[in-house]
Design a protein. Structure first.
Length: 210
């Protein structure tokens, strides 16, 4: 059974996504929009975190409230573009630990090549959010999830701003237990394995490189 794919159609997300797609959007505005979308997506992706009831004293009386029940979380960006999504998520869940997986896509084979992997020591005990703006061929996502499962991770959620059917299929076939959250599911890939209509190279647009 394949895990769910959630395409988030919230008006704020869709508005900010239009900013990302616009080729005239500058680096500062692009970077800000990536973070804002990541924060809005994080709100949805954490909807099912467990809570517990506690008693809190308000200025007027005691009240029963709900707080997170101690669930350990980790955010793992796929370098380098995934870094653009981290800060906004940490603002919402500041106790989350951060890992990093460095992958680049071979320009000829379009396959992922690992160059860095640093994860929290207890990552296997945490709910892990793997973040990367683009889910194109799915190769980097599959490789990152492979690494995490190799470190004992069993609760993994994939968060991408834009995905395509090819990438979704690759992740679902390799890791049918991993839920995927997207802000948009685009048409497909071109001959260079870029998503269409997409937004270009997310890393270059976040960091202002070419």
């Amino acid at each position: 059974m394949m895990a769910k794919v959630h395409v988030l159609d919230h008006p704020l997300i869709q508005h900010k996504l239009a900013i990302l797609r616009d080729k005239t959007t500058g680096v500062k505005e692009f970077r800000e929009a990536v973070g804002e979308i990541a924060g809005l997506m994080c709100y949805e992706a954490t909807r099912n975190l467990p809570t517990e009831e506690v008693e809190i004293e308000t200025p007027l009386m005691m009240a029963k409230c709900r707080v997170l029940s101690g669930k350990k979380l980790a955010i793992v960006p796929i370098l380098r573009a995934g870094l653009g999504m981290v800060d906004a998520m940490v603002d919402l869940i500041p106790s989350a630990k951060i890992g990093h997986i460095g992958l680049y896509r071979d320009p000829d084979t379009h396959l992922p090549v690992e160059y860095y992997c640093k994860l929290p020591d207890d990552v296997g005990k945490r709910q892990v959010f793997v973040v990367d703006p683009m889910l194109a061929t799915g190769g980097s996502a599959v490789a990152a999830i492979d690494f995490l499962k190799g470190h004992g991770c069993r609760q993994i959620i994939m968060m991408n701003i834009i995905g395509c059917p090819e990438g979704v299929k690759a992740v679902q076939e390799a890791h049918p237990d991993v839920e995927i959250y997207l802000a948009a599911l685009d048409e497909g890939l071109n001959e260079h394995a870029y998503i269409l209509p997409g937004l270009g190279d997310a890393g270059d647009r976040i960091f202002g490189t070419k």
